[in-house]
Design a protein around this ligand. Structure first.
Ligand code: GDP
Ligand code: IMO
Ligand code: MG
Length: 437
């Protein structure tokens, strides 16, 4: 397996960093784009010209006709949502002929959504703030060894058999613990039949396909969903998602070894957002947060919820760099900061009278942390037409340089607007080579 030309792209904050935009841009130079974790909790937006696409399962590489797009074994897939997503793309003239799905990915079933929403309701004010897509319960059933997998959908006899094995238990749980009437076997089979028919021809040994692609020297892009702080192990547990969102999961979630990618690009907004509950030290609940939300159109792609907004947090970024092994940074939404008099950057936390520079493991400690800010001068120019570093005002360059220095990882890409074209690639970086410079 060669890996000289493979790249993992992960979110390095709490999700919604602009991964979709960055991946779509870089997919122009890729042969294969593969998702490896998460499900339709992801909402990746791609914009070019007047076209806006919101992708949930399908990799952002799908908009590039020469790319093969893969849904890897580490994912959980809602076949009904995927069917809608495919229909929407096809209706808009986007070919889905190059989409392949791992048979080992697990299925999100109707009852998983019921559990997800009911769990949240039962948690009341301690809720996680999930997307309600059934992600946690689907991964829980996978771990409990009672999940259905994509491969089970490819043979109607097997699908019926597997469903017959698990449904009595699910129905008992639904009725006894959740006060839900449960699902009738034949009705569920009928609901899933069109998805079984449509998705079956796409099921492939994606591990083998990826391994062969790498051996042939093809360029592979691994598309992360969510972000470092939502990782099940390393995030702000329990306010996390239920999968491993860090770069190491690209291998395990695709059926490859840890050396599957030579580079790891972390995507970060020039400020910070979070949807759902949980600690967020640099959150701005007042005017500054409202301004970032309005200027950055910070409303969830999947749920439409207003995103919580705050300043860039370098403590988080350094932590994300460590747990992902980041080799480069992509900074998005720099244009959103235009017009601010000053810009804050959290460079450390104050916690119980001491200054800490490392992200704490304890959520109780994190909840007590106050950000220690360094303050930077803002700029007033519209930077959305900038295409090189030299096009940026001095103050914007100074802010980026400080970011790079405090995080300790080079910035390779800067995004100054949602459109594909609104992108700056730093010369002489790995990404410059990727883009053919
Ligand atoms: P993802 O989940 O990481 O792919 O991010 P989302 O798509 O959920 O959210 C990012 C939002 O910001 C989307 O609406 C993008 O179109 C938009 N976006 C991405 N990059 C930029 C940028 O540089 N500037 C502006 N103004 N918007 C951006
Ligand atoms: P992308 O890929 C932002 C958050 C939810 C909630 C927590 C658990 O678009 O960056 P879940 O439904 O996964 O059980 O919810 O994780 N969350 C995301 N936040 N972007 C996402 O994906 C997210 N996917 C899940 O808001 O706090
Ligand atoms: Mg998103």
């Amino acid at each position: 397996m060669k890996n000289n030309d493979s790249l993992v792209i992960v979110g390095a904050q709490w999700g919604d960093e602009g991964k979709g935009k960055v991946i779509d841009f870089l997919a122009a130079g890729a042969d294969v784009v593969a998702r490896f974790q998460g499900g339709d909790n992801a909402g990746h937006t791609v914009v070019y010209g007047a076209n806006i696409f919101k992708l949930h399962h399908i990799p952002s590489g799908i908009l590039n006709p020469r790319c093969t797009s893969l849904l890897g074994s580490g994912m959980v897939i809602n076949p009904l949502v995927l069917l809608d997503e495919l229909a929407e793309l096809e209706k808009r003239g986007i070919s889905t002929a190059n989409l392949r799905i791992s048979g080992k990915a697990h299925l999100i079933m109707a009852y998983h959504q019921v559990y997800d929403r009911a769990n949240e309701e039962m948690l009341g004010e301690n809720k996680i703030g999930t997307t309600g897509r059934g992600i946690g319960p689907a991964y829980a059933d996978k771990a409990l060894r009672r999940g259905l997998r994509v491969i089970d959908m490819t043979d109607s006899r097997v699908f019926r058999e597997r469903l017959a094995q698990v449904l009595p238990l699910q129905n008992r749980l639904l009725k006894d613990a959740y006060g839900h009437e449960g699902y009738e076997f034949n009705r569920l089979v009928e609901i899933y039949r069109p998805a079984c028919n449509k998705l079956s021809p796409m099921v492939t040994d994606t591990s083998r396909l990826l391994s062969e692609s790498l051996s042939e020297g093809k360029k592979v892009l691994f598309e992360g969903a969510q972000g470092a702080l939502l990782d099940i192990d390393h995030g702000t547990y329990p306010f996390v998602t239920s999968s491993s969102t860090v770069a190491a999961a690209a291998g395990s979630g695709s059926g490859l070894g840890p050396q599957c990618a030579s580079r790891v690009l972390g995507v970060l907004k020039a400020y910070t957002t979070r949807v759902g509950e949980g600690p967020f030290p640099s959150e701005e609940k007042g005017e500054a947060g409202d301004l970032l939300r309005a200027q950055g159109s910070e409303f969830g792609t999947t749920t439409g919820r207003p995103r919580r907004c705050g300043w860039f947090d370098a403590v988080i970024a350094r932590y994300a760099a460590r747990i992902n092994g980041l080799t480069g940074l992509a900074i998005t939404k720099l244009d959103v900061l235009s017009g601010l008099e000053t810009i804050n950057m959290a460079v450390a936390y104050q916690c119980s009278g001491s200054t800490i520079k490392e992200f704490p493991s304890s959520i109780a400690e994190l909840q007590k942390c106050e950000p220690a800010y360094e303050i930077f001068p803002g700029w007033h120019e519209d930077i959305s037409r900038a295409r090189t570093m030299d096009d940026l005002p001095q103050a914007a360059r100074q802010y980026l340089e400080a970011m790079e220095e405090t995080v300790g990882v080079p910035i390779e890409l800067i995004s100054v607007g949602p459109d594909r074209t609104q992108t700056i690639i730093r010369p002489q970086t790995y990404l410059a080579g990727w883009c053919g410079d």
